[in-house]
Write a protein that binds this ligand. Structure first.
Ligand SMILES: Cc1cc2nc3c(=O)[nH]c(=O)nc-3n(C[C@H](O)[C@H](O)[C@H](O)COP(=O)(O)OP(=O)(O)OC[C@H]3O[C@@H](n4cnc5c(N)ncnc54)[C@H](O)[C@@H]3O)c2cc1C
Length: 385
């Protein structure tokens, strides 16, 4: 079915990105997966070609275009299984914190490098002791003269090894009541003394991503590293921007589902058993027909979310619905498609095996699917029960 949210200009941009990706991304994917991280040169090339700042303000080198351009890059990277290059984390999750909440000096200092792909971004929220319960973070950022001194540990941080600048969630007031009022966000450069990169973590899937530990050991940053320059706004800033982060996951999930389904359709047409292609068995036809239906339904809802997001509507609850539903579908679909590959599905040389492993995390990060359902339930008025 033709998707109606994209204009001819969007489709032209998609073709340009596909050409670029075939020439410059595809040859790198296996290497990223083996090494466990992407490479700086690829980020720079993405920046040079305008694929990191499509949605960023023109004033700092972006194209000032709508979010659909970034969604196109996300979809195409997902379809290629180029998970090592976390463009959406950089451009659509981290960059907006600086664009939306940064001071003019912070925007001027960091956005041009981020858009050019020379300043790679990450966000450090999660800690060994807390993930879903963000208000419980323990990392502190205590004011000392005209600096803040950060102490604490973060874990599971994407771009942890390659990143140059991290948005760090910390408590400027560890005794604040309620605790979320004590949270601020800080822009911490990776070259700051006391910023220490820990292990690159060994993961089940997304093997091309450098998910890492980070440590802050008396890490002194200037007072103007406080995002937006006002203490205590961190929690609100996080809650505001999580809508886009979760929409990114839904967009990537549906694109990944489509790729896994297409590969499986090809497989069942070629694989023979009992004298016929296995795709001729009615059970397999029905399962694939059902999955194809779910992908179309998921795509239609995700496109509706995208259109509403571009119109700047507040759709926190609906995006939460999209995030849990699409990622849940991705997990079921990749499991079923692996099954349809038989033993070959379990072999690493068949991409469905990595699709299955990569899908597992989609219901966990950017807010677990249980947290998504809590948000929806709250919006249904069920918190009062
Ligand atoms: C590959 C990967 C990349 C990541 N990248 C980043 C990153 O770049 N930056 C970053 O800051 N973090 C990142 N994370 C961390 C991720 O956001 C957290 O893992 C996630 O928020 C869950 O937190 P947790 O692991 O502490 O689980 P917990 O919060 O301990 O949750 C454990 C289980 O309890 C459930 N649960 C918790 N509270 C409730 C509740 N109130 N009601 C019902 N169920 C509940 C959860 O849904 C989950 O099933 C990444 C994680 C992974 C695996």
């Amino acid at each position: 079915m033709k998707r109606d949210i994209f204009s001819d200009e969007h489709e032209l941009f998609r073709s340009q990105f596909k050409r670029f990706a075939q020439a410059e991304i595809v040859p790198k994917i296996v290497g990223w997966d083996e090494k466990g991280m992407s490479d700086r040169a690829s980020w720079k090339r993405m920046g040079e070609e305008g694929f990191l700042g499509a949605n960023a303000p023109e004033k700092y080198g972006g194209a000032g275009a709508d979010f659909l351009y970034d969604a196109i890059v996300m979809e195409e990277l997902s379809a290629l299984r180029a998970h090592g290059l976390m463009m959406s984390l950089h451009s659509d999750i981290c960059m907006p914190y600086i664009t939306d909440f940064g001071t003019e000096a912070q925007r001027a200092k960091y956005l041009p490098g981020a858009i050019a792909g020379t300043t790679i971004l990450g966000i450090a929220m999660t800690e060994p002791g807390t993930g879903s319960d963000l208000a419980a973070v323990q990392t502190s950022a205590i004011k000392d003269g005209d600096s803040y001194v950060l102490n604490g540990s973060k874990t599971f941080i994407s771009n942890g090894q390659i990143g140059d600048l991290f948005i760090v969630v910390a408590k400027h007031d560890p005794r604040a009541d309620p605790p979320h009022r004590g949270i601020s966000l800080f822009l911490v450069e990776a070259t700051t003394p006391g910023f220490v990169r820990g292990r690159k973590l060994d993961k089940l899937g997304l093997r091309g991503q450098d998910t890492s530990e980070l440590f802050f050991q008396d890490c002194r940053v200037p007072a103007d590293a406080l995002l937006g320059g006002v203490e205590g706004r961190g929690f609100k800033q996080l809650m505001t921007n999580l809508q886009q982060e979760r929409l990114c996951i839904a967009v990537a999930s549906i694109a990944s589902c489509r790729r896994a389904l297409d590969d499986t359709l090809e497989y069942v047409k070629g694989r023979r058993a009992f004298g016929q292609p296995i795709g001729g068995f009615q059970h397999i036809q029905f399962r694939l027909a059902e999955l194809a239906t779910e992908v179309e339904v998921g795509q239609a809802f995700t496109d509706k979310l995208l259109a509403a997001h571009v119109r700047k509507e507040q759709i926190v609850s609906e995006v939460s619905m999209g995030k849990w539903w699409t990622t849940d579908l991705q997990k079921r679909l990749t499991s079923e498609c692996l099954q349809l590959h038989g033993g070959y599905g379990f072999m690493r040389e068949y991409p469905i095996s990595t699709d299955y492993a990569d899908a597992a995390v989609q219901s966990i990060y950017a807010g677990t699917n249980e947290i998504m359902k809590r948000i929806i339930a709250r919006n249904l008025g069920l918190d009062l029960c």
